[in-house]
Design a protein around this ligand. Structure first.
Ligand code: IMP
Length: 209
């Protein structure tokens, strides 16, 4: 079992992003660019994906980062994220990707969520996005943090920016869905931005502004 530690400054020259998702790799590479270190991804090592059978986003993120860091001998950073609807007992949660099926059809996944919520007697439409980021070293020590943003289910889907469930998520205090917002705004307030700020504070002090 991998042990949790409370802080550990990253001072290595290489990092592997534990993902095959090009969008995530691009986003994380951009965030880490100022470190001027070698940023590799799981694709560079021909790695298979580990089975994500954790019960939480944090557990799944740690499964991915510890698997990749152990095999490569290089510290690894992973992202596990998804959306939870209060009316659906926080589903789809860690199964957010799976609700879109093998074809990654998010129109279908969003319609499924709408259908399920329609069946609820007095829906409150509350929901939240979660992002867990896990940085793991080859010796198993790791920093795993998460960020959350609350909002309301919005139907029909609106907006063309972003990806996944963005068109049906309207963050609290905003009158637009994530998919209607300019990406700069979403990237400033999102669950991923909140988690990344926590990780920077603990592990990448040189990235603090
Ligand atoms: P993962 O790759 O297993 O972490 O799956 C993440 C799932 O949550 C995917 O289905 C994504 O589309 C969805 N998701 C995570 N973050 C976001 C976001 O910022 N916007 C929209 N969908 C997201």
């Amino acid at each position: 079992m991998t042990k949790l530690v409370s802080d550990k400054v990253f001072n290595q020259r290489k990092i592997v992003i534990a993902s095959h998702n090009r969008g995530k790799i691009r986003e994380i590479k951009n965030l880490l660019k100022p470190l001027k270190i070698d940023i590799l991804s799981a694709d560079n090592f021909n790695l298979q994906e580990p089975i994500e059978d954790g019960l939480s986003f944090e557990e799944n993120a740690l499964i991915k980062s510890s698997y990749v860091s152990k095999i490569t001998g290089i510290p690894s950073l992973s992202d596990d994220s998804g959306i939870c609807f209060s009316d659906l007992n926080n589903k789809p949660g860690v199964f957010s990707a799976r609700w879109a099926g093998e074809d990654k059809n998010f129109s279908l996944a969003m319609a499924k969520i709408n259908n399920e919520i329609q069946k609820v007697k007095k829906p409150n439409y509350e929901c939240f996005f979660v992002c867990a980021l896990s940085l793991c070293w080859p010796d198993g020590s790791n920093i795993t943090v998460s960020g959350k943003i609350h909002g309301k289910f919005s139907w029909p889907p609106k907006g063309n920016y972003g990806f996944g469930y963005d068109p049906i998520f309207r963050p609290l205090d905003y009158d637009k869905t994530f998919a209607e917002m300019l990406p700069e705004l979403k990237h400033n307030i999102s669950h991923r931005a909140i988690a990344f700020k926590k990780l920077v504070n603990l592990c990448f002090p040189s990235l603090k502004n």
